[in-house]
Design a protein around this ligand. Structure first.
Ligand SMILES: Cc1cc2nc3c(=O)[nH]c(=O)nc-3n(C[C@H](O)[C@H](O)[C@H](O)COP(=O)(O)OP(=O)(O)OC[C@H]3O[C@@H](n4cnc5c(N)ncnc54)[C@H](O)[C@@H]3O)c2cc1C
Length: 533
């Protein structure tokens, strides 16, 4: 397996809303290369249905209040101010790139005013499609699809005498999945926009590539990560072995569907006076408690009483998808489990994506700016992605743009690039071992769902920690001894992100927002601190 060196001004790893918007704006400053580990059309962005929040005139203070309230005392006010303040510009920019938001603003749970910009119930898809069209038409941007980044290249690994200054990022090693070759990509500025990590859990609403690659790569490169214990769970994901990421919309509960246990008893009222319509985290916790108590694999959402005609007319997509999987929602209750949905934590960074490593920025769901605190306000995530992309380009423009580019810095970089060694990995390929890798994937995901799910305890976290330490060693030995393969790259990343999640959760000796530990059930004002590892 040989290695070639490719250079550009900007290297963006990830083609979701944050990576694409950054690329379009940065292409005005220099040439951009985007790496995407599958087709560019894939990622969490096209799955976003609801919309993107942005305040109207006179509504900024209320939007801030709603965000801080959802964040349960852990939001970083500087980031809230900066990112929400940028939101109207982000909407204008997205419109400029061809997104046709509807004139009528939506209202979502937790928002005190109508401020959700949307395109029917397919906002993410519309944004992604418009940005991809602009990217394809832009001659200053090259897209490399099916190319998975393995690790960042850091100066002190290239030149061991560089321990005196802040580490700096020079590029990434990435595997072209079609040719099975690893290339070395170098750039002046490297941007990680690799999305979330829902795949760390068994059931998730996320796309299949949400394996926390950027978080793992940044951590290995020397960045701190923060607040990974705050994984937001969606209460009702279809429970089916062949389909582990199909969401059963909350609207069905709004229309009167009832949660029942495996014996047919309704249970939601026991947990909250609003029963099925209680806040998301409370419904998710209630379902989790019922599953643990009954030892059943799932609970059920019963919509039969809403009538066949109503279900077919109002929920055509859900009706047909369930039917395809052998579940007739007109005549039987729908099996559901909570699913990992949105990661509030990530790589510790400023609102413009600046990290602990020079020339390395992190954007979007991989980032932890402090906007979400201990729980995300609905539709603030697409907003964070777009606003961060804009702020990041502004920072780069003011620091390094045009004539201001530092000549000394450039010649130092050129010297360092000469020292970068081509990628090396064993040529041994063993397909039997790839089966073991699939088992290990499942092991990590089961472990996280069983021990580090919606309700945690000190004992469960301890057990999960011990097992993960062993798994980390096993995965390392596979990574060191087998030819590089996308499954190994992703397994290595989910195992590390799982481990870091447990470390963050163990640091939090209280319950707050969406993190709930039965041994520390109270929220303690003195512990309103970020968990950083
Ligand atoms: C079902 C669902 C509904 C949602 N609804 C909403 C909503 O209504 N409003 C809202 O604000 N948010 C919503 N969200 C959250 C929101 O969609 C995401 O937070 C956001 O789209 C993340 O964008 P991103 O740019 O960070 O990453 P993504 O869109 O996930 O893109 C990640 C990119 O990184 C690439 N990548 C990853 N790893 C590598 C690697 N190692 N090498 C190369 N490339 C890599 C992928 O190929 C992909 O191109 C929803 C999420 C889901 C799953």
């Amino acid at each position: 397996m040989s290695s070639v060196l490719r250079s550009s001004d900007f290297l963006v790893v990830g083609g979701g809303i944050s990576g694409l918007l950054f690329a379009l704006e940065a292409s005005k400053l220099g040439n951009v290369r985007i790496l995407a580990k599958k087709e560019l059309t894939e990622g969490n962005t096209p799955w976003a249905q609801g919309g993107i929040a942005a305040h109207q005139i006179d509504d900024l203070e209320a939007h801030k209040r709603d965000t801080l309230k959802a964040g349960a005392g852990l939001c970083r006010e500087f980031a809230v101010e900066k990112l929400l303040g940028t939101a109207p510009d982000s909407i204008a920019l997205l419109r400029k790139y061809g997104v046709n938001f509807e004139p009528h603003l939506g209202l979502e749970g937790g928002h005190s005013a109508r401020r959700i910009h949307h395109v029917q119930d397919q906002t993410g898809k519309a944004i992604h499609a418009a940005l991809i069209d602009s990217i394809r038409a832009n001659k200053n941007i090259e897209v490399v699809e099916n190319c998975i980044a393995i690790d960042l290249i850091i100066d002190r690994k290239v030149d061991p005498w560089r321990f005196h200054s802040k580490p700096q990022c020079l590029g990434v090693y990435a595997l072209d999945k079609k040719t099975n070759r690893v290339a070395t990509y170098v750039a002046d500025e490297i941007i990680l926009a690799t999305g979330g990590a829902g795949k760390v859990y068994l059931y998730t609403s996320n796309w299949e590539g949400a394996t926390g690659d950027g978080i793992a790569m940044a951590y290995r490169a020397g960045c701190r990560v923060s607040n990974l214990e705050f994984m937001q769970f969606h209460p009702t994901c279809l429970f089916h072995r062949e389909s582990r990421n199909f969401l059963i919309t909350e609207a069905l509960r709004g229309d009167g569907a009832i949660l029942i246990d495996h014996k047919g008893n309704a249970f939601a009222k026991k947990y909250h006076e609003k029963a099925e319509l209680a806040p998301r985290d409370i419904v998710a916790r209630a379902i989790d408690a019922e599953i643990k108590k009954s030892r059943a694999e799932c609970v059920y959402l019963d919509a039969r009483h809403l009538g066949s005609q109503f279900l077919e007319e109002h929920y055509p997509q859900m009706f047909s998808r369930c039917l395809e999987l052998g579940i007739d929602i007109r005549t039987e209750p729908i099996p559901v489990v909570p699913a990992a949905h949105y990661l509030c934590g990530g790589v510790l960074c400023e609102p413009d994506g600046t990290t602990d490593v020079s020339h390395l920025y992190v954007l979007g769901e991989s980032a932890c700016t402090g906007l979400h605190g201990a729980n995300r306000l609905a539709s603030n995530s697409l907003l964070e992605c777009a606003a961060m992309a804009q702020l990041c380009v502004e920072t780069i423009r003011s620091r390094f743009g045009g004539a201001a580019k530092n000549a000394e810095d450039s010649s130092d970089k050129a010297a360092l690039r000469k020292l970068i060694r081509p990628w090396q990995s064993p040529a041994v390929r063993d397909d039997d071992e790839l089966i073991v890798i699939t088992h290990m994937w499942n092991e990590v995901r089961h472990l996280m769902s069983n021990y580090v799910g919606i309700v945690r305890s000190n004992k469960r976290l301890e057990r999960a920690h011990q097992r993960l330490v062993n798994l980390l060693n096993e995965v390392k030995s596979y990574y060191d001894n087998l030819a590089i393969h996308p499954h190994i790259i992703e397994l290595r990343n989910i195992t590390l992100v799982a481990h870091l999640t447990i470390l963050c959760a163990r640091k939090r000796k209280e319950s707050r927002g969406i993190h709930y530990n039965i041994d520390w059930p109270e929220t303690k004002p003195a512990r309103a601190r970020d968990s950083i590892v």
